[in-house]
Design a protein around this ligand. Structure first.
Ligand code: DC
Length: 221
């Protein structure tokens, strides 16, 4: 089968990453979770006490960051941050640092370099129009804020983290607002994307819709 690229955008907690993993396996694609790259940069800068506001010191600290994404591991300057970037407080940090155009410039370039050949599925917020404008398949994976908060709460519980629903909901609403209103490459629904709303779908039903979309697109080749 000819290799192709898939772009997946959508808000926090819509299931982009887990679903992209399944699609990657089915079609032998490599999955790049671009959110994990923003998380890693945000965590590294935060831990160096470099706040999310642009100046010369910020640029120097950003330039000194070497990020590598190998075999599902997220490594910054030789330190494996794969687990740490999943801690709940890193979500808000990632949203703040990702609003800075200089951070986006560095990461978009790295993402485009990684996915310079066909055979990738990337998920994030700006993939369809900015990172992979030539992707064959473009998807906007949506879900109501309530269903995303419920799913996130259950995922946290599985990891032993107990956060009340109202707090999870508010954190997702705040992140939606920040990601949708930032000046550089905000989260929008690409005109070229197929919207799949998973609010009332099971995980398997959502995967099946995406598989249908891919099969139909490839069939028309
Ligand atoms: O997908 P995630 O929740 O791990 O992403 C963390 C943050 O990173 C998210 O709030 C916005 C930002 N992000 C982005 O701006 N662009 C992307 N392509 C991916 C994530």
């Amino acid at each position: 089968m000819k290799l192709f690229n898939v772009a997946v955008d959508g808000p926090s907690g819509a299931g982009k990453s887990t679903i992209s993993d399944v699609i990657a396996q089915k079609y032998h694609l490599i999955h790049l979770d671009t959110g994990s790259m923003y998380r890693a940069i945000a965590l590294a800068l935060h831990e160096q006490n470099v706040p999310a506001s642009y100046n010369e010191t910020f640029q120097q600290a950003l330039d000194a960051i070497e990020l590598s994404m190998d075999n599902g591991k997220v490594v910054v300057n030789g330190v494996d941050l794969t687990n740490k970037i999943r801690e709940p407080h890193v979500s808000a940090l990632a949203s703040q640092y990702s609003a800075l155009p200089q951070v986006r410039k560095k990461l978009v370039a790295l993402q485009q370099q990684i996915a310079s050949k066909q055979g990738y599925i990337l998920d994030g917020r700006d993939i369809c129009d900015v990172v992979l404008p030539d992707a064959k398949i473009k998807i906007y994976l949506d879900a109501s804020v309530e269903s995303r908060a419920k799913r996130r709460m259950l995922q946290d519980l599985e990891k032993g983290i107990q956060v009340p629903y109202s707090i999870v909901l508010k954190a997702i609403q705040d992140r939606d607002y920040a990601d949708r209103t930032r000046k550089t490459d905000p989260l929008t629904i690409s005109k070229q994307a197929t919207v799949i709303d998973s609010s009332n779908l099971t995980f398997d039903e959502t995967v099946a819709k995406i598989v249908d979309l891919i099969e139909n697109t490839l069939k028309d080749e």
